[in-house]
Design a protein around this ligand. Structure first.
Ligand code: CDV
Length: 332
């Protein structure tokens, strides 16, 4: 072991060494709509079916969507919906009595998964959570959505609500985990639109980023964006993959759910930014790709060699402030 100080320029000499291949067959398990009254065991059976398809195709890991056990309930102001029991949408244990079968099947098949769900902790906190489960059926990672979009108060002018800021607290870390032969991170839906998400995960070494989403095609604050939903979805994930030398799996709950049309177009993106596989339907559908985690080095050790090229001393504004401060104040 050398006692020499780290020389970032030395990295250039290793950029073209051939790394040992780390192949992994990954899948996106897209879901179609989940009805408001669909019982949990029925949803879990759909997830198990996708898991079994993944096993038949030799997959090691299936990414499932955000809030994959229930309908996207933040579309309702629950106080106005007397027959809705808000707590019924949250999981108080994971696995719980109704989800245990998914973990058992994963272990039997030797297929890991990520899964989004509404979490209610023992001390009363509510999060939009995603877990990462290894091929043994063990939970190896838990992520709580950092960027909560939408609003807190009822906004009756909208066609439907987006009350994530009412029903969840934000998470506070972007973690990564050593598993599946590499380093894996997670993000949830709106997180994928923020470059900070990918960069924080990549600074934690992420080689594979799993992102579940529920994206209505109609965006009430600016409907001019509606026709661009598919474009923006791929734009942000392809850029996030490329700029951080990571694979990205983006997986939707798509289709018309309780009258709200939601984007599907789940995909698996390479560190080059290219889409390797993409869903063709808006329903339950599995896509797979065999990736090689060692190929992340093609980008991480060259153009996006962070240690060599990043300038954190220049980026203070990114963590020092939230809003923009144009020269001469905000009204210029
Ligand atoms: N579930 C989400 O986070 N949806 C947001 C919508 C509201 C814009 C998204 O970014 O897709």
């Amino acid at each position: 072991m050398s006692n020499q100080p780290h020389d970032p320029d030395a990295a250039a000499t290793t950029a073209h060494e051939t790394p040992v291949a780390r192949p992994l067959t990954v899948a996106a398990g897209q879901l179609g709509p989940i009805a408001r009254n669909e019982p949990r065991p029925s949803v879990v059976a759909r997830l198990v079916e996708l898991l079994e398809q993944a096993a038949a195709q030799g997959a090691d890991l299936v990414a499932f969507p955000e809030l994959a056990l229930t309908t996207f309930f933040p579309r309702w102001f629950v106080e106005d919906e007397p027959d809705l029991d808000l707590n019924s949408f949250y999981e108080t244990a994971m696995p719980g009595p109704e989800t245990q079968v998914l973990f058992e099947r994963a272990r039997e098949l030797g297929v890991g998964f990520s899964l989004g769900y509404a979490e209610l902790t023992a001390d009363g906190h509510r999060y939009n959570t995603q877990i990462l489960v290894e091929r043994t059926g063990e939970i190896v990672g838990r992520y709580r959505k950092v960027h909560l979009p939408g609003h807190r108060e009822h906004e009756p002018w909208r066609e439907f609500q987006h009350l994530e800021r009412r029903y969840f607290e934000p998470g506070s870390t972007f973690d990564t985990w050593r598993c599946f032969g590499g380093v894996v991170g997670m993000a949830t839906c709106n997180d994928r639109r923020w470059p900070e998400t990918y960069r924080c995960l990549a600074l934690g070494g992420a080689e594979l980023i799993l992102i579940g989403y529920n994206t209505p095609k109609h965006y009430a604050p600016d409907p001019s964006q509606d026709r661009l939903q598919g474009f923006h979805n791929h734009l942000v994930m392809q850029a996030g993959a490329y700029q951080n030398g990571s694979y990205v799996i983006g997986v939707a709950k798509g289709g018309n759910e309780e009258g709200v049309d939601s984007l599907a177009e789940s995909c698996i993106v390479a560190p080059s930014g290219e889409i390797l596989a993409q869903c063709q339907t808006e329903g339950d559908e599995l896509i797979t790709a065999t990736i090689d985690l060692s190929l992340t080095a093609n980008y991480k050790n060259t153009l996006f060699d962070f240690e060599r090229y990043r300038r954190p001393e220049v980026y203070g504004a990114i963590t020092g402030q939230a809003g923009a401060t144009p020269p001469g104040g905000n009204d210029g």
